[in-house]
Design a protein around this ligand. Structure first.
Ligand SMILES: Cc1cc2nc3c(=O)[nH]c(=O)nc-3n(C[C@H](O)[C@H](O)[C@H](O)COP(=O)(O)OP(=O)(O)OC[C@H]3O[C@@H](n4cnc5c(N)ncnc54)[C@H](O)[C@@H]3O)c2cc1C
Length: 433
């Protein structure tokens, strides 16, 4: 019988989970390896350190991040409440004083009488799981020793990824009248790929904009590993004017039904999920700054109004192959009582990581109480995110966006508010049951 919980990692997911379980009287031990053993992305020994931006994104419920926050409010998130207490001005975004944010979380963890152990957790023992549930919340910079332990313990190599992700776009914002469906070298109409043709003039403009676009600097330790395996488009473009036309934008074998011939160049979109509401840009992994990615893609007629739901990134990012290793409740398929949350589960973003900690802690509590685990409604942002990270193939870390929510009927302008209203009603009904 499970009676206590070990949480490994005192970041966003781990702290939110520990505070929830402590509220319910569950004995929790929280392991945090910093400051003694730091990572390449953290700068302090603080709990729940925000490693980059101090913005937790929008609070407007008609945005995906705002909706997520409203759901977190309903779920009684400690981290959201603390973030609001140390808010700094940032328009409709919830930005925080990062030092104060971490300090308040640290204080709450201490007063909640959570046992905080400042050491690197390196061992997993089958015996532990008889009376203890374990939550892996070690984040994108999980220690290498723990990764090796996990790999042995779960008898898998599905554990270690570098993140080289092409942008993913919301299908509702693509103008399909400027595109054609076709597979390369197939004569019949239709196909699995959506192709965006470019003529010579547009290709020239796109190429120049790409060459001039601002990039994010590449740390040396990442450059070698990443670029050996997989070139970002801006690096390919540096190879010469035609490099893209012979690479990720090659038109060969793609016949545009409007002209009956191959275009000068083409961008291919591939379905990202079964619901067909997300598409990724094939071969377009990039380190361009996010506003530059949007500016560049909007040069393409079919993408004039495109919404990017997941920007291209290339950085070290440790996460597990959740769909293979964990079930719909984020519990290991082979090791009962071993759970995962936060970025390690494929959730990307501060608030997404925190909410996954909250949800998984809720499942652990139910296990302790001998109750069945819960399925969150797919109409909610929380439910849609969990469904995505437990089903996607291949899994790419995902943050809150409207594209992963099931479609809703309505005028284009109203889609977001309709999805948002439906999500909050579904969450309220779910919590009242
Ligand atoms: C470089 C980078 C920049 C990012 N920028 C943003 C951003 O601007 N906005 C945004 O919303 N998201 C951002 N993210 C995304 C990400 O979701 C956040 O980093 C988020 O903090 C993840 O939360 P987490 O709880 O999963 O991990 P973390 O907050 O990183 O917490 C994990 C904790 O586990 C500890 N740990 C690791 N291994 C062990 C071990 N073996 N034993 C004990 N402790 C251990 C770590 O020290 C850390 O404190 C970024 C990610 C990266 C890699």
């Amino acid at each position: 019988m499970i009676g206590q919980v070990k949480i490994i990692g005192g970041g966003l997911a781990g702290c939110e989970a520990a505070l929830f379980l402590s509220d319910h009287g569950v004995p929790v031990t929280l392991y945090e390896m910093r400051p003694a053993c730091s990572t390449e992305v953290h700068a302090t020994g603080d709990l729940a350190e925000l490693v980059c931006s101090n913005s937790l994104k929008s609070t407007d419920p008609n945005t995906a991040s705002g909706l997520l926050k409203e759901e977190m409010r309903l779920l009684k998130s400690h981290l959201l409440e603390i973030a609001e207490a140390c808010r700094v001005p940032a328009g409709s975004a919830l930005a925080v004083d990062r030092k104060q944010f971490s300090e308040l979380i640290g204080q709450r963890v201490t007063t909640a009488s959570i046992r905080l152990v400042r050491e690197e957790y390196t061992q997993l023992d089958s015996e532990d799981f008889r009376r203890t549930a374990v939550m892996i919340c070690t984040g994108p910079a999980t220690s290498e020793r723990f990764m090796r332990t996990l790999s042995r313990f779960m008898s898998t190599t599905e554990l270690f990824f570098f993140d080289a992700v092409a942008p993913v776009v919301d299908s509702e914002t693509i103008d399909f009248s400027c595109a054609f469906e076709a597979d390369r070298y197939k004569e019949e109409e239709g196909g699995a790929y959506v192709n965006l043709p470019l003529d010579e003039e547009l290709y020239g403009r796109f190429y120049r904009a790409l060459i001039e676009a601002e990039k994010i600097a590449v740390p040396d330790f990442e450059r070698k590993y990443l670029f050996d395996r997989c070139q970002p488009i801006e690096e390919i473009a540096r190879g010469g004017y035609d490099a893209l036309r012979y690479g990720p934008m090659k038109p060969i074998g793609l016949i545009d039904p409007k002209t009956n011939r191959e275009p000068y160049a083409a961008i291919q979109l591939r379905q990202e999920n079964a619901a067909k509401n997300l598409y990724n840009l094939v071969g377009f992994q990039t380190r361009l700054k996010w506003n530059e990615q949007k500016r560049l893609l909007r040069l393409i007629p079919a993408l004039r109004e495109v919404e990017i739901v997941r920007y291209g990134v290339m950085h070290r990012n440790t996460y597990l192959n959740t769909p293979k290793l964990f079930d719909a409740h984020l519990e290991s398929k082979t090791r009962p009582n071993l759970f995962v949350a936060g970025q390690m589960s494929g959730m990307e973003g501060y608030m997404e990581s925190a909410v996954s900690g909250l949800v998984v802690a809720g499942q652990v509590l139910r296990r302790i109480q001998g109750k069945p685990l819960l399925d969150y409604p797919i109409e909610t942002m929380v439910g849609a995110l969990i469904a995505y990270i437990t089903q996607a193939d291949p899994l790419r870390p995902m943050y809150a966006n409207f594209g992963i929510l099931p479609p809703v009927k309505g005028k284009k302008k109203e889609i977001r508010s309709l999805k948002s209203g439906r999500a909050l009603r579904a969450m309220e009904a779910f919590l009242s049951e």
